[in-house]
Design a protein around this ligand. Structure first.
Ligand code: NDP
Length: 280
């Protein structure tokens, strides 16, 4: 039987509408600063989408588009200014940064209270101990999709392919917080296929088009595809060989229209949360 599609567009629209209503109901003034350095076309698309989502939600967005040759000192100075600016509740520095800029140093400079991506070590630590204000947007979006399909994670075998700080590791932690039995796979994992075939919930965050094939998926598994890739025809696609896996899974997220829109919706949620924390 073909899998049910988890519609990330619909779920993200619902999340954004809830954020919009919350802002309107309480008359909140919420601001998000988006910093982009250089002219990476993919980053430009992401930044534009984030600005559009701000408009939908009633969040004021402030864009800082800096030239590729911006020095680390200049960027850190801007972060300091934004940290001190009361109109700015959330600061997002679009990654990747040009090679000469130290991403870790820049992220660490953002005030943890304004770190709406939840990349700062202080926020990552809070996620580890389960006492957090912000969740990283992509894994949080995946969890929202899982919940929207009425899936209870507790006791399930969960396999995450990928161990990046941005997606794989926090994803594993969120599944663990919901009492999943979690395995994290990476490029050195032996018998990846066998490990994946154990999964009731399989999350792919690899960055390779069509990497997860049907023979890696258990019948009836829930498959969450985080990947954003271009196939040979230049078409946007995920890490999952969608057509064949959809024949086997119980639920599946498409690309586009799955995890991607959720990431942005969760960013909006975090920005309102940041406002609340700063107002305390
Ligand atoms: P990274 O490149 O940082 O991490 C990729 C992970 O995949 C690594 O842990 C790597 O293992 C693992 N991997 C690579 N090859 C294999 C293999 N053959 N077998 C098993 N594991 C392998 O990527 P990100 O986590 O940043 O992103 C992953 C994907 O998600 C990308 O396509 C990215 O574009 C997308 N993405 C989508 C977002 C969204 O909003 N939908 C947001 C963020 C990312 P190792 O650690 O051993 O190298």
């Amino acid at each position: 039987m073909a899998a049910q599609i988890i519609d990330g567009k619909a779920v993200s629209a619902k999340v954004k509408e809830e954020v919009r209503q919350e802002i309107e109901r309480e008359g909140l003034e919420v601001g998000l600063a988006v910093v982009i350095v250089g002219d990476d076309p993919a980053s430009r698309v992401y930044v534009n989408n984030k600005k559009k989502a701000c408009e939908v939600c009633g969040i004021k967005s402030y864009e800082y588009a800096l030239p590729a040759e911006t020095t680390e000192e200049e960027l850190l100075e801007l972060v300091d200014t934004l940290n001190a600016d009361e109109k700015v509740n959330g600061i997002l520095v679009q990654l990747p940064l040009p090679k000469h800029l130290n991403e870790e140093k820049v992220i660490e400079r953002i005030s943890p209270m304004k770190d709406v991506d939840a990349f700062h070590a202080a926020n990552v630590g809070k996620i580890m101990i389960g006492n957090y204000a912000f969740l990283p947007c992509t894994p949080a979006g995946c969890m929202e999709l899982i919940h929207s399909a009425g899936i209870d994670v507790s006791g399930k075998e969960c396999v995450v392919i990928g161990r990046s700080n941005i997606v794989g590791k926090p994803m594993a932690m969120l599944l663990l917080h919901e009492n999943g039995t979690v395995t994290v796979c990476h490029s050195r994992t032996k018998d990846l296929k066998e490990v994946c075939r154990r999964a009731d919930i399989l999350v792919a965050a690899v960055g390779r088009a069509g990497f997860v094939t049907a023979d890696m998926v258990k019948d009836g598994a829930v498959v969450i595809d985080v990947g954003i890739n271009r196939n040979a025809d230049g078409k946007l696609c995920g890490d999952v060989a969608y057509d064949e896996v959809a024949e086997k899974a119980s639920f599946i997220t498409p690309v586009p229209g799955g995890v991607g829109p959720m990431t942005i919706a969760m960013l909006m949620k975090n920005t309102v949360m940041a406002k609340r924390i700063q107002s305390k």
